[in-house]
Design a protein around this ligand. Structure first.
Ligand code: DGL
Length: 270
């Protein structure tokens, strides 16, 4: 048993897709979330810059004595595979989103054609493809970087009928239709906020995988297996930190999470 909070971070609001699932699975856990909204997007930056930001995010969460750090960011998770972001960290229990998403996509595919969309940094790293091919060498992976999705989400262009987002999505997803993928990893945690648009364009035969939600399930299992769940009976606290405007962040939190009465929104510097 361990009553310390769970730390979760992302470059912005995308990690809320992970938080939502974590809250459902482990409602008694205290959670500290960091969205580095002043520096979002991470996905168009170099590997060195992303690693440097990620180390600062981890150091921030460590101050809250977190028992686990969940990297709710596809971009940082892809850098994590080649850089040891946790080498100076005392928090040894951590998870990114790649492995849980890949496991779930592999279980879902029937024709072994899996699509991956993500930020330029994630797609450039090839991490999803590598992880999928380790599971099965004859799997076909179709990748596409989608740099416009993160700014659209951060600015609230998430409505199913939003014409701008729909047009952009049609262009990005065309290759997935052409290649006949039956499973799509929404390889950036911001993207599930656009899943209704994706589902409309791809049709209901394509399974959409949310890496944040998968990582939340995976982390809950790890905590349970290690005997590290809280023994508190009351609803856990939710502290949401951002590095830029609290107002904009609060609006996004309200539209993505609903009215979380126990949520506290705070601004911080890293
Ligand atoms: N949610 C992050 C990810 O999963 C956003 C990337 C970004 O900041 O560009 O990759």
């Amino acid at each position: 048993m361990n009553n310390n909070p769970i730390g979760v971070f992302d470059s912005g609001v995308g990690g809320l897709t992970c938080l939502k699932e974590l809250g459902k699975l482990l409602p008694n856990e205290d959670i500290v979330y960091l969205g580095d909204t002043a520096r979002v997007p991470y996905g168009t930056k170099s590997k060195e810059t992303i690693a440097c930001y990620a180390k600062q995010d981890i150091a921030f969460l460590e101050k809250y004595n977190v028992k686990m750090i969940l990297i709710a960011c596809g971009t940082v998770s892809s850098v994590l595979m080649s850089e040891d972001l946790f080498c100076d960290s005392e928090v040894k229990l951590n998870s990114g989103v790649i492995y849980p998403a890949v496991k779930s996509a592999f279980a879902a595919t029937r024709n072994k054609k899996i699509g991956v969309i993500g930020t330029p940094a994630t797609i450039r790293s090839g991490c999803y493809g590598k992880a999928l091919r380790e599971l099965c060498s004859d799997i076909r992976v179709v990748s596409k970087d989608c740099p416009l999705f993160v700014p659209l989400v951060e600015n609230g262009y998430t409505n199913k009928d939003n014409k701008v987002t729909r047009l952009v999505a049609q262009e990005y997803l065309e290759v997935m239709i052409k290649e006949g993928v039956d499973t799509l990893i929404m390889g950036c945690t911001h993207y599930p906020l656009l899943k209704d648009i994706f589902a409309d364009i791809l049709g209901d035969k394509v399974t959409l995988i949310s890496p944040g939600a998968e990582a939340a399930r995976y982390s809950a299992r790890i905590l349970m297996q290690n005997g590290l769940l809280t023994d508190k009976k009351e609803q856990g606290s939710l502290r949401l930190f951002c590095t830029d405007s609290e107002e904009l962040f609060a609006q996004n939190v309200a539209s993505f999470l609903g009215n979380e009465e126990n949520a506290e929104i705070l601004k911080c510097t890293l």
